[in-house]
Design a protein around this ligand. Sequence first.
Ligand code: H2U
Length: 354
Amino acid sequence: MAEEATFDAEDHPHTRFNPLKGQWVLVSPHRLKRPWKGQIEATLPEAVPRWDANNPLCPRVTRPSGKENDDYENTYVFTNDFPALFPDGPSPGPPKHPLLQSGEAQGTCRVMCFHPYSDLQLVSMTQDDIIKVIERWMEQTAELGEKFKWVSIFENKGVANSNNHPHCQIWATSFLPNDPLQMDTNQRQYYAEKGRPMLVDYVQLEMKEKERIVVENEHWLYVVPFWATWPYETMLLPKRHILRLTDLTEDEIKSLASIMKRMLVKYDNLFECSFLYTMGWLGAPTGPGYKDVDYSHWQLFATYNPPLVRSATVKKLLGGFEHFAQLQRDLTAETAAKKLRDLPDAHYTEKLKQ
Ligand code: H2U
């Protein structure tokens, strides 16, 4: 009888469970050995002008909607001219059939510029300017959270035709969207069973195992989560139990600005390009009277989903199995974390200046 091989996560296909979403990912590390015949995309865009009269996110510009941007000096927030949601509106009413259900969807969408200069990104902004961004995130969460159940702060950096001006979007909804709803249920169940928040336990585990940590400081750490689906996906977590962005202390804000910059330098250094990613903050739900609701099962975190896989131009595309069965990755989370961790702390463009 043939002897059975001992399992090695770097060699053998296996699945990993994402306890937040309650979903499995297929990990196939042996596939990294296959020859690559994938898509090679066009070269990177040219340098961006600092100010452009045709860029609707620049200070003093009149947007196609006819609204003029303030002559802003750090961050700037305005209501999206093409919002996916409106604060008021009629309800679709009760369903005619259980298979044809509709729900009420109210909300608001905002655009938040990080800085007046289009040629900067968070990675190239000063620590003080990043602190202003974090404080604005906190202010927006506090304001919108009074009215809306979910406040989603997300940044599409360089992906899907996004504007190159440093900015993020803020969508607030009257309902808990699918992912947070699933995460609420799963974290609640874990808390009920163990008496501790899932992600607080997870941080402790990662600090003990260390192999998936990319960068850490006194208050925060970035890990490639055990269950990551994107090749270089990372999760940013506080070391303390924090429900929402609004609960950060001054020291935590400062060290958040510092660790974000450190991580973003590593991301840019990975393929020596301005890295692409979609980043989003998730924390305990909000909505009218939320401060009286016990959301102890939640933990604040951010996730970065970068599409790049092998170089500045090769993106991960969802394959058939992923569309119709389950998400899949080649690189293990541990290998991705090591690769990112071992990258220099100085931005690759520093080399070019020498
Ligand atoms: P990205 O984060 O994907 O780059 O999107 C920028 C947002 O800015 C997008 O949602 C909004 C778009 O609707 N926008 C305006 O509100 N006004 C404009 O004049 C241009 C873009």
